[in-house]
Write a protein that binds this ligand. Sequence first.
Ligand SMILES: C[S@@+](CC[C@H](N)C(=O)[O-])C[C@H]1O[C@@H](n2cnc3c(N)ncnc32)[C@H](O)[C@@H]1O
Length: 395
Amino acid sequence: MFSKKAATVFLFLPKERNFSAFHANCEKQPRKIILILVLLLLLFQIGYIARMSKAGALDLASGVGGKIDKTEVLSAVEKYEKYHVCYGGEEEERKANYADMVNKYYDLVTSFYEFGWGESFHFAPRWKGESLRESIKRHEHFLALQLGLKSGQKVLDVGCGIGGPLREIAQFSSTSVTGLNNNEYQITRGKELNRFARVDKTCNFVKADFMKMPFPDNSFDAVYAIEATCHAPDAYGCYKEIYRVLKPGQYFAAYEWCMTDAFDPNNQEHKKIKAEIEIGDGLPDIRSTRKCLEALKQAGFEVIWEKDLAVDSPLPWYLPLDTSHFSLSSFRLTSVGRFVTRNMVKALEFVGLAPKGSQRVQDFLEKAAEGLAAGGRKEIFTPMYFFLASKPQHG
Ligand SMILES: C[S@@+](CC[C@H](N)C(=O)[O-])C[C@H]1O[C@@H](n2cnc3c(N)ncnc32)[C@H](O)[C@@H]1O
């Protein structure tokens, strides 16, 4: 396929219609050749755009850095990396500067997430024969059903990303969902997608920190959080805020990122995997399932039930990140797809279509993928520690 396209481009080069002339020209005009390669890679990607997400290669390139000035992206990457263990960073510093660290992370990675994963930025347990996309939707419906959402209710999505789950849950349950997010770039993107999905009259976004929510007490009929409260510097502080804004007698459900009981804090390999996940995913620290449960109870919730859903998943949740796995429907996540994306980002950065530092972002995301897959394989980490909790009637 590649050689056919290369041959087509070759025909359009006016003078050098033989390989040695073309080769000599490559040496003289590397930028022109890189541009041609970029075009080829764009063509290569277009076939997958309709299947995976609305984001194409150019959206990815122009989106790197989010609201950060394009000339500042490289220095933002350097500052972000310095927060983390592999660059000498300390947990306390990450916690003290969580808002800056997490916002830098999402400004840098959001366009990569959307390009590779789609509009919902989370994992899911998966059945055999089910596509990644189907499993992601089912995971969202499960949350809506557990919360017992009813038509017309006011629901809060804590740490809503660009609103993939918010749109799905609002449409599935005919509810009005407010997406709370501290990242302005994601909110801008989410608003566009809400208009596109025609849920902009019933759903909205609020830019704020989930540690200090701008809502009165007892505002919502239900609250959920999908793989988001792991960014909180302190689980108790975050759950306490959720408790405050939830109406008495109503429910809070979440999927938490946690270290499992199999994690040994004295095991060097386990520690390395945890640090890779932290840098690759913008986390101040990863709490254990036990700590989350304790924090929930301490905040005043009654826990209805809780379970690590990874345990019973017929297919492992980390399958899309496993380099030995190939899938056409999630091609961009496979090792070939990642190879193509890596080189495409390199080329786009070289010709100036992607800001300097884009490749470094791709590098730490690759590290994250390795850490997540290793953590999943060793069963020391889960992105789907589920709980359903209620705020007592007289809480
Ligand atoms: C992994 S993404 C998950 C997004 C979304 N729940 C989904 O599944 O698509 C985590 C989200 O939490 C948000 N977030 C992190 N820290 C936050 C904070 N302190 N306040 C509000 N949102 C926060 C991020 O901006 C991001 O949108």
